[in-house]
Design a protein around this ligand. Structure first.
Ligand code: SF4
Length: 224
C-alpha cells in the first residue's frame, strides 16, 4: 500500500508521461474538439454516450449543418434531428433530448455552469455534466468517470477493483490524483484507453507508464 503522497506523485508522473504521447498521436475525443465552446460541448457530450468518437463527430457535423445555435436547434423537427444524428447509439431518445436541452439553453440564454443545473437538462447525467464543466468552462469539481477512466484506474491500482459506481470511483480517484489535474484526467484516460491501455489486450510493451503500473487484473497483453 502506497502512502497517499506517493499516489499523488505517481499520478502526476503518469499524466506527464501519457499526455505528450497522446499529443504526438493527435488523439482527441470528439467533445474535446469543441473545448471552450459551451453549447457544442454540451450537445456533443449528450450525443457521445455509448457511441464511438467518429460516429459522434458525424452526428455533430450533420446536426450543426442544419442549425448551429440553441434557439434554431430547438426549432428543428424531431425527424430532422433524428436523421442528422442517425450515427449515434439511441438516436431516438437523443433526438428528443437535443431539442429539449437546446430549448432550455435558449430560454436561459446560457449553458449552465454548475453540476446541479446541468443535471436537470434532458439527457445530461452526472458524467456528462462533469465533463461539460471541464471542457466548456475549465471547472473540475470532481473527476469525470467513464469506462476507460474506471478500467485504467483499476489496472493502475488507483481504484478498488470491486468499485462499480462511477461517482464512487471518482471519489476514490480524487484522493490519488492532484487537484489541478482532475479536469484533464478524463480526456487523457479516454484517449489513452482507445490507443494504448485497450479494454482487452492492452499494449503494455508500448506503454509510457509500464514501470509505474501494477497491471491489476490484466491477463492478456497485446503481442506488440
Ligand atoms: S502498463 Fe499496461 S495495463 Fe498498465 S497502464 Fe500501461 S497499458 Fe495499461
Amino acid at each position: 500500500m502506497l502512502f497517499p503522497d506517493e499516489d499523488l506523485i505517481r499520478t502526476r508522473e503518469i499524466m506527464a508521461r501519457v499526455q505528450p504521447v497522446l499529443d504526438k498521436m493527435g488523439e482527441k475525443t470528439t467533445v474535446q474538439l469543441y473545448q471552450g465552446q459551451p453549447f457544442p460541448v454540451l450537445i456533443s457530450s449528450l450525443l457521445s454516450a455509448r457511441t464511438r468518437e467518429e460516429d459522434t463527430k458525424t452526428a455533430m457535423d450533420r446536426l450543426f449543418a442544419l442549425a448551429d445555435n440553441p434557439a434554431d436547434i430547438a426549432q428543428l423537427s424531431y425527424q430532422d434531428v433524428l436523421e442528422a444524428i442517425q450515427s449515434v447509439q439511441y438516436p431516438g431518445p437523443k433526438a428528443e433530448y437535443v431539442i429539449k436541452t437546446s430549448a432550455r439553453v435558449a430560454e436561459q440564454g446560457r449553458v449552465p455552469d454548475t453540476l446541479e443545473e446541468l443535471m436537470v437538462l434532458p439527457g445530461i447525467g452526472w458524467k456528462s455534466a462533469v465533463l461539460v464543466l471541464w471542457l466548456a468552462f475549465g471547472l473540475s469539481p470532481e473527476i469525470c468517470v467513464d469506462v476507460h477512466v474506471a478500467r485504467i484506474g483499476k489496472r493502475l491500482g488507483l481504484v478498488n477493483p470491486s468499485t462499480a459506481k462511477p461517482e464512487k470511483i471518482s471519489r476514490e480517484l480524487m484522493k490519488k490524483v492532484p487537484r489541478d489535474i482532475w479536469g484533464p484526467w478524463n480526456p487523457m484516460m479516454v484517449n489513452f484507453g482507445r490507443t494504448i491501455c485497450l479494454g482487452s489486450h492492452p499494449r503494455c510493451s508500448k506503454c509510457p507508464v509500464n514501470n509505474l503500473c501494477p497491471k491489476i487484473g490484466v491477463q492478456d497483453v497485446h503481442p506488440t
